[in-house]
Design a protein around this ligand. Structure first.
Ligand SMILES: [Zn+2]
Length: 236
């Protein structure tokens, strides 16, 4: 049995797959924000649940935001910033008492599409969730590059910004230190990255539609700024 974990910024999900790729178990829990030990415990809980439900032991792989630094082997470039600089693979291996393999979640998506989805030789896969990332798969394998995130595009500037988007970028800088990043301006389950940055309200992972952003706006200056730049590249 293979156990996969999708470690997201707002939710963490486990899937247990049988030898033929069939789904044996699936469940998700909220990701404890800003709580590294809590995140470890959540992953361990999900793995234990999956093994208890199936009565089997499995290998474990985790798709993470960011990647492991080739130099330090600690997490880097994660928008779930409490993971950064942590030896996540070693800590999970110790907790679960088995080798645990980590890979960038967008790279995992790209490979998944290349192998079981689109089935194409070249895949550029985009994740728009709590953050906004992307990965590349070539001939069914992740094109990771020297830093493990060759397909990453979330921290490139959003092209063809209009005046409102430029104003928003100046008002709400990205956590990476730049401004105008796609990650902060791409509003699908919109403004979640922005709201997460503000830490002023719980992040539920539910899509935020325009009316909801306007409802929240008076409570939150970042939401207020976001509500003023609607509509943007993606419409819901
Ligand atoms: Zn950025």
């Amino acid at each position: 049995m293979r156990i996969g974990i999708d470690l997201g910024g707002t939710k963490t999900e486990v899937i247990a797959l049988g030898d033929r790729g069939e789904t044996l178990y699936r469940h998700r829990l909220p990701t404890p924000r800003d709580d590294y030990q809590g995140t470890l415990n959540t992953i361990a809980t999900l793995v234990n649940e999956a093994e208890k439900a199936t009565g089997m032991t499995g290998s474990v792989g985790v798709g993470i935001p960011g990647t492991l630094s080739p130099l330090s082997h600690h997490v880097k470039n994660a928008n779930s910033v409490w993971l950064n600089d942590q030896p996540l693979d070693n800590d999970l291996s110790a907790l679960l008492q088995r080798p645990v393999r980590l890979a960038n979640d967008a790279n995992c998506l790209a490979v998944s599409e290349a192998v079981g989805g689109a089935g194409l030789d070249v895949v550029f896969a985009i994740i728009i969730g709590t953050g906004c990332g992307a990965g590349i798969a070539l001939n069914g394998r992740a094109h990771a590059g020297r830093n493990g995130i060759a397909g990453e595009w979330g921290h490139n500037p959003l092209p063809w910004q209009n005046e409102q988007e430029r104003q928003f970028a100046q008002t709400v800088p990205c956590y990476c230190g730049q401004s105008g990043c796609i990650e902060t301006l791409f509003p699908a389950p919109v403004s979640l990255p922005t709201i997460a940055m503000s830490r002023a309200m719980p992040v539920t992972g539910k899509p935020l539609f325009h009316w909801r952003v306007r409802e929240i706006a008076p409570q939150n200056k970042h939401c207020n700024a976001m509500s003023n730049v609607w509509p943007n590249p993606l419409h819901t």
